[in-house]
Design a protein around this ligand. Structure first.
Ligand SMILES: Cc1cc2nc3c(=O)[nH]c(=O)nc-3n(C[C@H](O)[C@H](O)[C@H](O)COP(=O)(O)OP(=O)(O)OC[C@H]3O[C@@H](n4cnc5c(N)ncnc54)[C@H](O)[C@@H]3O)c2cc1C
Length: 426
């Protein structure tokens, strides 16, 4: 005999768990989450460098490329609602630089645990290690087959994420099933992603982090965009929040470079004058040590090597003004040619996804399939770094979950009219 339930949420990430909890807190029972990993919320654990930048107190739909759809969903469950939701569940929060909100204990695992505890309290049935084989709609029910088992449900929420960081579970494996149901996707590409760079150039800098301005330059001098913050060197790539924000400005361009300004507050002449004074102080030291105190040691060596194009077996006192000028040029602006962007493996989010026009912006219910909802990154929505993508997961998860509960509790009857009224009252 087939198992019956009221709501099946596919995907136990941020948006899926939020959707299930919201549906339960709206009074729905018989909720099941199906997750294909062997555990829930794997991606959440790696968010915010293990600290989980849960949201941002400076909400602006512009950071998502504003649309009526996005604005409506974000206002359906605001940043204040998100902070109250987590505080009510017992997660203390703290607001840090640039309005970023983190758990007070600085542990992403605490966010996941708090969500898991809530699912437990509401009696939400979580089944891991599933392989979804089919989703069929018949007689007002959705029939979902997984691992050779069938479940019938009144409503279903698709919360499978995009394709970013596929090792966390979001691998696009649900897409063919949705395409079979005639859902369309905007092409999915990696977003908020590091730039690929020559490994020979970045190898010795692996792990180095510096602060400064970074400009995305096309050709010789066409500055496409500029950001400031921490820049991180890895073998074969350059990352950091400010660099990944720039990735959104790359549209299949080649001939790109990153111009890094380590001292944006100083003119080239001021840098040169400081180098001159340092040459006197360091006259007897080897040139490999010349930039110690100015920049990270590994980076200093690379700057000397690249600007003088020679071995390091001389003393600082031997450097002439012309050579100091070359070092000053590079300290003022160091250019690193880039080879496009890294792939989904290194991306934080996905650009593209399920076309939003297929869903009602007030409820996130499918326009053509009553009872089917979608939320989170699988939708064609993504935002800037800084807590905005998780906020989208919370907001859309809440809207989909609470709407699915209303849909089932009202037996689907008059749902659209009721939602229209509800939407206009909000
Ligand atoms: C390294 C990293 C750091 C990040 N840091 C931040 C941050 O600090 N702040 C921020 O705002 N955003 C951050 N993001 C982005 C943010 O994590 C995502 O936007 C958000 O988690 C998306 O939530 P989601 O529920 O839509 O998808 P996901 O969290 O990806 O969850 C989808 C779930 O569905 C499951 N699933 C997929 N396909 C199937 C299937 N066929 N069957 C069953 N289950 C399936 C997956 O296993 C997964 O558990 C970060 C992303 C990465 C990769």
């Amino acid at each position: 005999m087939k198992k019956r339930c009221n709501l099946v949420v596919i995907g136990a990430g941020a948006s899926g768990m939020m959707a299930a909890i919201s549906a339960a807190s709206a009074g729905l029972d018989g909720i099941m989450i199906l997750e294909h990993n062997d555990r829930v919320g794997k991606k959440l654990l790696s968010t915010g460098n293990g600290r989980c930048n849960i949201t941002n107190i400076d909400p602006d739909p512009e950071y998502y490329g504003s649309s009526l759809f996005i604005n409506e969903v974000l206002s359906g469950f605001s940043v204040d609602d998100t902070m109250n939701f987590f505080e009510d569940l017992g997660l203390m929060l703290s607001v840090e630089d640039q309005g970023r909100v983190y758990p007070r204990c600085s542990q992403a695992s605490a966010v996941l645990d708090i969500l898991r505890f809530a699912c437990d309290r509401y009696g939400i049935d979580i089944i891991c290690s599933v392989k979804i084989q089919s989703i069929d709609k018949r007689d007002g029910y959705y029939s979902i087959r997984f691992n050779g088992i069938g479940v019938e449900t009144r409503s279903v929420i698709i919360a499978c994420g995009g394709k970013a960081a596929p090792f966390t579970g979001s691998d696009g494996s649900i897409n063919p099933l949705l395409e079979r149901m005639n859902y369309s996707f905007a092409p999915q590409t990696p977003a908020l992603v590091p730039f690929a760079a020559d490994p020979a150039l970045t190898k010795t800098l692996k792990g180095v982090r510096v602060k400064g301005d970074v400009l995305l330059v096309k050709g010789k001098n066409n500055v496409i965009a500029r950001e400031s913050g921490e820049i991180q060197f890895n073998e074969g790539s350059i990352s950091g929040v400010c660099v990944m924000q720039l990735s959104a400005r790359v549209a299949g361009d080649d001939d790109l470079c990153l111009a890094i300004r380590l001292f944006p507050e100083l003119s080239r002449q001021q840098i040169f004058d400081r180098l001159k004074a340092k040459r006197e102080q360091m006259a007897k030291a080897g040139i490999a040590d010349y930039l110690i105190g100015f920049v990270n040691k590994k980076l200093g060596i690379q700057i000397i090597k690249r600007s003088l194009n020679e071995k390091l077996n001389r003393h600082c006192g031997d450097l002439d003004d012309n050579e100091l000028g070359k070092i000053a040029d590079m300290l003022f602006e160091m250019r690193i040619p880039v080879r496009g962007l890294c792939g989904f493996d290194k991306a934080q989010v996905t650009s593209g996804g399920l076309l939003t026009a297929q869903f009602d912006r007030r409820t996130l219910m499918s326009i053509k399939d009553n009872g089917l909802f979608a939320c989170g990154e699988i939708l064609d929505v993504h935002g800037l770094c800084g807590g905005y993508n998780l906020q989208w997961a919370w907001s859309s998860g809440y809207v989909a979950g609470s709407s699915a509960a209303r849909f089932v509790l009202h037996n689907g009857r008059g749902f659209n009219q009721r939602m229209a009224k509800w939407g206009s009252e909000r």
